[in-house]
Ligand binder design. Structure first.
Ligand code: SAH
Length: 363
């Protein structure tokens, strides 16, 4: 468990059930203060580049799933990725995040070279989010200079996880094992879950939040589950909307996501926590700001070339489809200033990571 956690499991459960806004304001205010005390007023911006929409997996929630034959697929070239990274530098971002479906077409050697070029040509921190890869791949990329890896465990309820995330082959290491591997390799490690997956109960979500502390994560990303019509879970969600809601089911709402962000901040005070695009998709006007006001300290503006964005449809109506990078960047910086916060400078590693590395690697 994260030693700095300031909240118990029972309190987490109670807050997740709370609906009174006035009381919730005290939770959000407390999370905001903990955020300020532990990670400061800087909002770190990470340029997100969706490098491939090919995927071998069939996750029941995700629009990139292999069986979604309607989606046309793309894979960016090394030169296209480097051009996106140069835009990140131009906007003053400190990090580029390379994300994709689980794509074996992304070869170890090829990506190793892309990472080397990124490190040679820019000062950016490099974050990878490429799904479940072999240890040898992860080690090679770390060796080439990759700094961070994001791999959400999606839900800690093993039964629900196995249903929505069919394994590649039974017996392969699961995402918890991979998170440990990433940590051993020296990555700054991020994980997270979706809020409101059909079948997820309040107790499940409280378990997830407790797990973030137990895994001692450096970064934690949370977003609402958004139903995609061309996925089994999206269809199930649409059908269930005709029936009375199960009172144990977690709502995939804005409010529930804010509560979860605030609680994660209390469990992991010095982790980096993004206010996610999925949240902004529920509330394009000010979802990102609200996330920043209840515990989050990172935003990931999308730098994928606009022509490809529609082909990276994890869920429908992604907020970033409407966002032209230049204009979005300007507005975002104004909005951050209006909150009384500052744009982070430099790579913006989580204080949690810097501290644990100091303890692990004797100088
Ligand atoms: N292939 C990579 C990256 C996936 S996209 C991987 O599996 O790690 C990143 C995240 O988007 C996923 O981890 C998941 O939590 C989220 N996501 C996928 N489908 C979603 C949906 N329908 N609604 C909300 N979030 C979704």
């Amino acid at each position: 468990m994260n030693r700095k956690s300031t909240i118990t499991k029972e309190q987490i459960r109670r807050w997740l059930r709370e609906t009174d806004w006035r009381r919730l304001d005290t939770l959000f205010g407390r999370a905001d203060r903990v955020r300020r005390d532990h990670v400061g007023d800087e909002v770190h911006l990470r340029g997100l580049v969706e490098i491939s929409s090919h995927c071998q997996r069939d996750c029941l929630y995700c629009g990139l799933r292999r069986q979604n034959r309607i989606l046309s697929r793309y894979r960016l070239s090394a030169e296209q990725i480097l051009a996106c990274a140069r835009r990140a530098v131009h906007y003053g971002y400190g990090t580029v995040v390379l994300q994709s479906g689980e794509d074996s077409g992304i070869r170890r050697e090829w990506l190793t070279e892309v990472i080397r070029q990124l490190k040679r040509q820019t000062h950016l921190a490099v974050t990878l989010s490429l799904g479940e890869r072999d240890r040898a791949d992860l080690a090679a990329w770390r060796h080439a200079g990759a700094d961070r890896y994001l791999l959400r465990f999606e839900t800690a309820n093993a039964h629900l996880y196995n249903r929505i995330h069919p394994p590649r082959r039974p017996g392969l290491p699961d995402r918890f094992d991979l998170l440990r591997t990433l940590r051993q390799l020296g990555y700054e490690v991020g994980s997270g879950v979706m809020v409101g997956i059909p079948g997820q109960t309040i107790d499940d979500l409280a378990d997830d939040i407790e797990w973030f502390g137990r895994l001692d994560l450096d970064m934690i990303g949370l977003g609402p589950f958004l139903a995609h019509p061309h996925t089994p879970l999206g269809q199930e969600y649409a059908e269930a909307s005709d029936r009375p809601a199960d009172p144990r089911q977690v709502a995939n709402s804005e409010l529930m996501t804010y509560k979860a962000i605030a609680l994660v901040r209390l469990v992991c005070p010095d982790a980096n926590i993004p206010s996610t695009t999925a949240l902004a998709s529920l509330n394009p006007q000010n979802g990102r700001e609200e996330g920043l006001r209840c515990g989050a300290n990172v935003i990931m503006p999308n730098l994928t070339p606009p022509a490809y964005r529609r082909q990276y449809e994890i869920y429908p109506a992604k907020a970033c489809l409407q966002e032209e990078p230049g204009r979005f960047d300007q507005q975002l910086k104004q909005r951050i200033a209006a909150l009384g916060r500052r744009v982070g400078v430099g790579p913006g590693a989580a204080p949690h990571y810097l501290e644990r590395r100091k303890a692990e690697v004797p100088s």
